[in-house]
Design a protein around this ligand. Structure first.
Ligand code: GLU
Length: 447
């Protein structure tokens, strides 16, 4: 065993022993460690500075109580989190997730991924993530507002323009960011850049809503082009029905693809003619209803209970845009058997380690989340920049920058993979390119 593998194994062993009850976090770190040995072989200075042990331990992890009153007048209590993972290259940056599954393990896996994703964008942002086990489903607007206000009363103590800038994630969209910002402003005055994903009338950026989905397709286009392929005429299977899925479907269809599905946690719809965006947006954005209702508006489509990854349908490209671990090893085998030659991840860590192993064994093109879905946070950083400059850039300007960022990020991942003898391995390339920038900054700054 080399010094590098010894070092990586010892950090992994400490982590397993310290956080045995954090499976999602262990999984995210495990996926990363599998690809990083050649970097430590080439850079013993990273071992000397103990970069890896410092990287897997958040700089700060805050947990707090969020008490709020429901419409019936009862006091409810949820748990709030903000994990400030790494600030080597800029202020902590990353979303807030409101979902009943949220716990420290999930926030830490998301925060860990965010470090490298943010680094890959080429913009000066560190990694952080937060959220709550609050379930927005079925809550009234007034309940959502009271919860957001209570959440921000505590969170505002820990964030700052050059410290930590939250945004949205699952369960946190424009409505929630508006309420969070409103409370922040009452407590601290107008500091627009304190949150991103804001409404357009108070400092939000054009193209932020579309950014993750559009960015996913810009990345996919770059990956397909590098392999002599394109989306034109291809059948695309998409999971999810939120922002990421919606705008990925839109951009895929603009590129000549037929996006045949959308899903939620209950089931999925298959529309052989391509998902109708107006119908999808009306259900999810306007009425906040279930995807099942799609077939009421489009009777030729079909609705099925369960996971879209179990569907018996032929397609070329897979775009998981729902949530972590939505594709397991068996479903990955099915995806390959169904004809997919490429997968690009819009959600964070949607593939289990067994699924990733299946893609790699079958040699299909695999665009990992931290690269493929970096468009959202990239435009968040552009929003921060617009807020500092007190300007609002046009849609075309922001969209153009997003496209450049995604293409550059893909090219940098390819170059990093090639440099370390991992040609065609876009997961290794993303991990290495994202990591080396952060590691160099950490070494340069001492401890
Ligand atoms: N939650 C998004 C992500 O996973 C966006 C974060 C942000 O805009 O800060 O990258």
């Amino acid at each position: 065993m080399t010094q590098a593998t010894d070092y990586i194994n010892s950090v992994a062993a400490t982590l397993k022993q310290r956080d045995p009850n954090q499976p999602e976090f262990q999984e995210a770190v495990g996926n990363f460690l599998k690809t990083i040995t050649p970097v430590f072989e080439k850079h013993p200075e990273y071992i000397k500075a103990n970069v890896l042990a410092r990287l897997v331990e958040p700089e700060r992890a805050i947990q707090f109580q969020v008490a709020w009153q429901d419409d019936a007048g009862n006091m409810q209590v949820n748990r709030g989190f903000r994990v400030q993972f790494n600030s080597a290259i800029g202020p902590y940056k990353g979303g807030l997730r409101f979902h009943p599954s949220v716990n420290l393990s999930i926030v830490k896996f998301l925060g860990f991924e965010q470090i490298f994703k943010n680094s890959l964008t080429g913009l000066p942002i560190g990694g952080g993530k937060g959220g709550s086990d609050f379930n927005p489903k079925g809550k009234s607007d007034a309940e959502i507002m009271r919860f957001c206000q209570s959440f921000m009363i505590e969170l505002q103590k820990h964030i700052g323009l050059d410290v930590d800038v939250p945004a949205g994630d699952i369960g946190v969209g424009g409505r929630e960011i508006g309420y969070l910002y409103g409370m922040y402003k009452r407590l601290n005055g107008s500091e627009r850049g304190i949150l991103t994903g804001k409404g357009l009338s108070f400092g939000g950026s054009l193209a932020r809503t579309e950014a993750t989905g559009y960015g996913l397709i810009y990345y996919t286009n770059a990956m397909l082009k590098a392999n002599g392929k394109s989306l034109d005429g291809k059948r695309v299977l998409v999971s999810g029905a939120g922002n990421v899925a919606t705008y990925a479907i839109q951009k895929a269809e603009e590129n000549g693809a037929i996006a045949i599905s959308a899903s939620d946690s209950n089931g999925y719809v298959i529309d052989e003619n391509g998902i109708n965006l107006d119908v999808l947006k009306d259900i999810k954005e306007v009425r906040r209803a279930r995807i099942k209702e799609y077939v009421d508006a489009v009777p030729s489509a079909t609705y099925h209970e369960g996971s879209v990854w179990d569907a018996d349908v032929q397609y070329d490209v897979a775009l998981p845009c729902a949530t972590q671990n939505e594709i397991n090893g068996d479903q990955a085998a099915k995806l390959i058997a169904n004809g997919a030659f490429a997968i690009a991840e819009g959600a964070n860590m949607p593939s289990t380690p067994e699924a990733i192993a299946a893609y790699q064994a079958a040699d299909i093109l695999y665009g990992p989340a931290k690269a493929a879905n970096a468009g959202g946070v990239a435009v968040s950083a552009l929003e921060m920049s617009q807020n500092s400059r007190r300007v609002s850039d046009s849609f075309a300007t922001v969209d153009g920058e997003l496209k450049d960022i995604m293409e550059t990020l893909f090219a940098n991942s390819v170059a990093a993979a090639n440099e370390y003898g991992e040609d065609g391995n876009y997961l290794a390339g993303a991990n290495i390119a994202g990591f080396t920038k952060v590691a160099d900054a950490m070494v340069a700054q001492g401890w």
